[in-house]
Every structure is written in C-alpha cells, then in structure tokens.
Design a protein around this ligand. Structure first.
Ligand SMILES: Nc1ncnc2c1ncn2[C@@H]1O[C@H](COP(=O)(O)OP(=O)(O)OP(=O)(O)O)[C@@H](O)[C@H]1O
Length: 535
C-alpha cells in the first residue's frame, strides 16, 4: 500500500485482512488485499466499479471463501465459511438490497434467524425488551409492531442495523448504504453511525460518494482493479486526491456545460393522472421537453417520479391525460406499447436496473439489446444473429467502459456500477430524440459519473430532450437546465437551474408541510448534500 501512515502498533485492529485473493474464472476480483480496521472507527472503502470492494466484504461476511489469505478478528485468526460464522464472530452486514421479509413486523424481522433466539414468537417479551433497549441505546427509534414493508426505506435500513446489533454485531459492514436514501435519511443514518462509533462499534463503509467519506470516516482505503492501492487518514486527504487515487487520473468533479439552447417541443404531457389501488400516484402532471435541454426532476423518492417515467415510456397505461411525441398523440383511447414509444425515439433508463433494466439471468449481450432484439441488425435468416449481437455488445462495452469486457458473462455477475453502465449504454447509444433517465449514476463510480454526465450533455447539445430523475440533488442541480419538483404525484414547482439553491429545492421537495425537516437539516452539520452544492 502506498503512502499510508500505519495505525499505532498498540491498538489491536478489530479486523485484519492479510493477502486476501479471490478469482472468478479469469477475473481476479481481489489480489493480495490487506486491510486493517481499528476498533471504534469508521473505515471507508472506495474504488471504481468492479474494483473488488463487494467481493472483499462478501469474503469477510462468509458469502465467498477466499482462494488464499487470512482473516483476523480482534487479533484471533478466524475461518469464515458462512455468514453464520461471521455473525458468531460479531460481524453484521447491511446489504444494498435489504434482506427483510416485508410481510413481517419489525420485531419478527429482527428475531428471524437470530442465533440462539427463541423460536419466532410474536409475543416474545424478552426479544421485544431487547429490541427496545437497543433502539434506545443507539437512538434507532422504530415501532416493533410496524409492518416492515410499510416503512420508508430509511426505517427499513434501521431495522437491518438493529437486526445486526440484536445478533451481537460489534463490526458492521455497510455496502453503499445511502444509494436509496433521501438526503434527510442520509443525515439520520450518519448520526446513527456516529453514535455506534462512539459506543465502540467498528464500521466499514463502502460508498462512491466522496463527500460521505469526508464527512463521516476516520480512515479510507482505496481499491483499484482488485488491489488495495492506498490508504489515508481522512483528515489528511481531500476529495480530489481520493478521486485521483481511485481512477488513476484527475477527475472533473463538477459538471462542465454551456447554457442550453432549447428549440422545438419534442414531448408534451398534459394533465397526466394515474392511480393504483385507489392511491393517486400522478396528479394532473403537465410538462414539456424541448430539443436541446435537460430537465431534472427533484423530489424525495416515492412522490410519483417512477410512475412519471413509466407513463412517459409507455410502461404504465395512461388513465387520464395525454402525451404528444412529435405529431403523435397518445391517450387512453389511443394507447401505445413501450415498443411503440421506442419506435417514436423515446429511450428509457429505468430507476431499478435489476427489476426493469435487465434480466440478471441473461448474459451481457442479451441485456445489451433488450427491447431492440427484433431489430433487423440482429436477425439472421431464421434465428438471432449472435455474432452481430456480440459485436454490438463488445462495442458498447468499449465505448462505455463496461468491465469486464465479456459479452457472455451473466448480467448478475457484473458489479452494480457496470450493470448500470451497460443499461445506459444500450439506451444512449441509439441517440433517441427523447431520453428518460432514472437515477443515472446510482452505484456508479466517479470516473464513470463524469463520463455519463459528459455524454448526457453531448446528447443534449446534439438536439435530444432529456428528462433526468435523481434523488441526488447535487446531480439534478448541476446537470439540469430546468428543474421540476415533484411532491405527492404533483409538480409543485419549476426552477431555473442557474438560480436554484438546495435550500429552496429542499423546501419544495418537502412541500410546505415538511419545511421544518428541511430547515432542521439545514442546521445539521452532516447535511452534506446541500453543503456541497454550488449556489
Ligand atoms: N459471482 C461472480 N462471478 C463472476 N464474476 C464476479 C462475481 N462476482 C463479482 N465478479 C467480478 O469481480 C469483480 C469485482 O466485483 P465487485 O462486485 O467486488 O466490485 P465492486 O468494487 O464492489 O464494484 P461496484 O462499485 O460496481 O459495486 C468484477 O469484475 C465482477 O464482475
């Protein structure tokens, strides 16, 4: 490892990984990786997509066994063959995709699978008492009897943390925990992590967001291409240095763009309303998208953004209102399928790449043409022209830096960020007139974010109309030319991006009723989302 100052020898690391290696076929996901995490500290791990961070944590948590190397927990050499072993050594993991049973209560989820716990029994008084005690001790307020599926994402994550603590975790691994959180939920999570640290819990935090590393960690390790390349005291580094260590070159952390030059309207939505199970998800939404502009949708997730993207791409049928694309009018009397929307040159990058962007069981080249598989270019005489599909996929992988460059690899076996790049590549490469993008850079490393933002701006400058939905206010503010704010299915405000400031957007996002929340987060020293945003 280059340039790091070694931890004081007197302190025994809570975790020590020595020369860990792990390969998947030809892919060396981890090569001779060393890591020391001191007790009662928050240790960040950063690295490009596919650098090997999740693999390393999966080894520590017993999902994978290393090909070679050693694991020491509190100075003791340990063999971890399963997550049960990891739990018994005091390791807990909060996964990117929660492992909770949505139809169980919080208490039932916390008890589920806990080693040595009494059989699952709703009235288990001791479990309830223990849960309440943990909630109090770590300021993790949550109703034990709430149905887990009804809780907002931030609270579900809290249940995951409680579950780990209930099982006696003293070491907590969090893999990209803020990817699905609102700025306010992120602030709350960081307060919780701070409390856990002050109580002696050791935390490993994997994140792509360098402002989070700077805000909350004590030390940070940098991985590149399966190896550990650097380690720094957080107080002695900065975002630019970390970005360069990760990517191996200087990275532009701000979006570089000229003013937009919008021209004709390419898409016009009028009075869209949509209800599901009696709940209004879209409420009289009207908007226009013009050639040569990027329109950003800001809002706390769950306020109709998903349904708006679904309506504008033909995935959810129109109930009320109409959409005009060029001269074609679409409404409930004249519906169109997603394929027909695509034929009208509407591209769509869905927010949830796993459920809607790709079929994880398909290989990369199949995912790379999903939705376009009946294009003449891929059709042989009788069957699909697999050679043509493969060549197309390889070109996309080269152009969008999808790693590994293996069109035959199962989509599920790409790292999260590389899956995202593959879906973006598929949609952007066709240069649609209208591009709808949900969470363009979720789980994507900073080098790739720079690349994706540059490409979106290039598409705009070439005359596409782009609609971006993102929970990252910073992204919305720096990428958009106009910002629309959604709240409870409605568009409650429109702001010129040049004049937007985070506080004003935050107030609109919470609508008047939640002003206190926005105001209190403004006073919060961990309010990193707005702090980073240029006014
Ligand atoms: N089960 C698997 N089979 C084959 N290859 C795999 C498997 N799991 C991971 N890989 C490969 O190992 C490498 C490291 O992946 P890993 O998920 O650890 O990266 P990461 O740093 O966590 O990336 P990201 O930031 O995108 O989540 C990648 O090239 C990935 O494609």
């Amino acid at each position: 490892m280059g340039g790091q100052s070694a931890p004081p020898p007197s302190i025994e690391p809570a975790i020590e990984l020595k020369a860990i290696s792990k390969s998947f076929g030809p892919v060396k996901a981890n090569q001779n990786v060393d890591l020391k995490v001191l007790p009662g500290t928050i240790h960040g791990i950063i690295g490009e997509n596919g650098a090997g961070k999740s693999t390393l944590m999966s080894i520590l948590y017993g999902f994978y066994e290393a090909d070679s190397g050693e694991i020491l927990i509190n100075g003791q050499k340990r063999k971890i063959h399963s997550s049960r072993d990891a739990i018994s050594f005091g390791i807990g993991m909060v996964h990117q995709h929660f492992m909770l049973v949505e139809t169980f209560t919080v208490l039932e989820n916390v008890m589920l699978g806990a080693e040595g716990a009494p059989l699952l029994n709703k009235s288990s008084q001791s479990a309830r008492e223990e849960l309440l005690k943990l909630s109090k001790e770590y300021s993790l307020a949550v109703d034990p009897d709430a149905m887990t599926g009804d809780l907002p994402v931030g609270l579900q994550q809290r249940v995951e943390i409680l579950k780990a603590l209930y099982r006696g975790a003293e070491i907590l691994i969090l893999d990209e925990p803020t990817g699905v959180l609102t700025p306010q939920e992120t602030d709350q999570l960081f307060k919780i992590l701070d409390i856990l640290r002050s109580r002696g819990v050791s935390i490993i935090l994997i994140t792509h967001k360098l402002q989070e590393i700077m805000a909350i960690t004590d030390r940070v390790s940098v991985m590149r291409a399966g190896t550990m390349v650097s380690e720094r005291e957080t107080a002695e580094t900065n975002k630019n240095e970390l970005a360069e260590l990760m990517v191996g070159r200087k990275v532009l952390l701000e979006v570089d763009k000229t003013d937009a030059n919008p021209s004709e309207i390419l898409l016009e939505a009028k009075n869209l309303s949509y209800s599901e199970d009696g709940v209004k998800k879209l409420d009289d939404v009207s908007l226009t998208l013009k050639a040569g502009e990027i329109v950003g949708i800001a809002g706390v997730s769950g306020n109709g953004q998903t349904e708006l993207l679904a309506a504008l791409s033909g995935i959810c049928p129109l109930q009320t209102g109409s959409i005009k694309i060029g001269s074609v009018k679409i409404d409930s009397d004249n519906p169109k399928t997603p394929k027909e929307f695509r034929d009208l040159s509407v591209g769509h990058v869905p927010e949830d790449r796993h459920r809607m962007g790709m079929v994880t069981a398909f290989n990369a080249q199949e995912s790379a043409i999903m939705g376009f598989h009946d294009d003449a270019a891929y059709n042989g005489k009788f069957l699909m022209d697999n050679k043509a599909v493969e060549q197309h996929c390889v070109r996309l992988m080269k152009d969008y830096d999808v790693r590994p460059e293996d069109p035959k690899l199962k989509s599920a076996n790409f790292s999260g960020g590389n899956q995202q790049k593959l879906v973006l590549a598929r949609e952007m490469d066709r240069h649609p007139k209208v591009l709808l993008v949900g969470q363009p850079t979720r789980g994507v490393d900073i080098g790739a974010i720079e690349y994706i933002h540059k490409n979106l701006i290039a598409m705009r400058d070439a005359g596409s109309a782009i609609l971006v939905v993102s929970v990252e206010l910073e992204e919305i503010m720096s990428l958009s030319d106009r910002i629309l704010v959604m709240f409870e299915g409605r568009i409650v405000g429109e702001v010129d991006a040049k004049e937007a400031d985070a506080r004003q957007l935050g107030l609109l996002m919470g609508n008047a009723g939640a002003q206190t929340e926005a105001a209190s987060s403004e006073n919060n020293s961990n309010n990193i989302h707005s702090e980073e945003i240029p006014a």
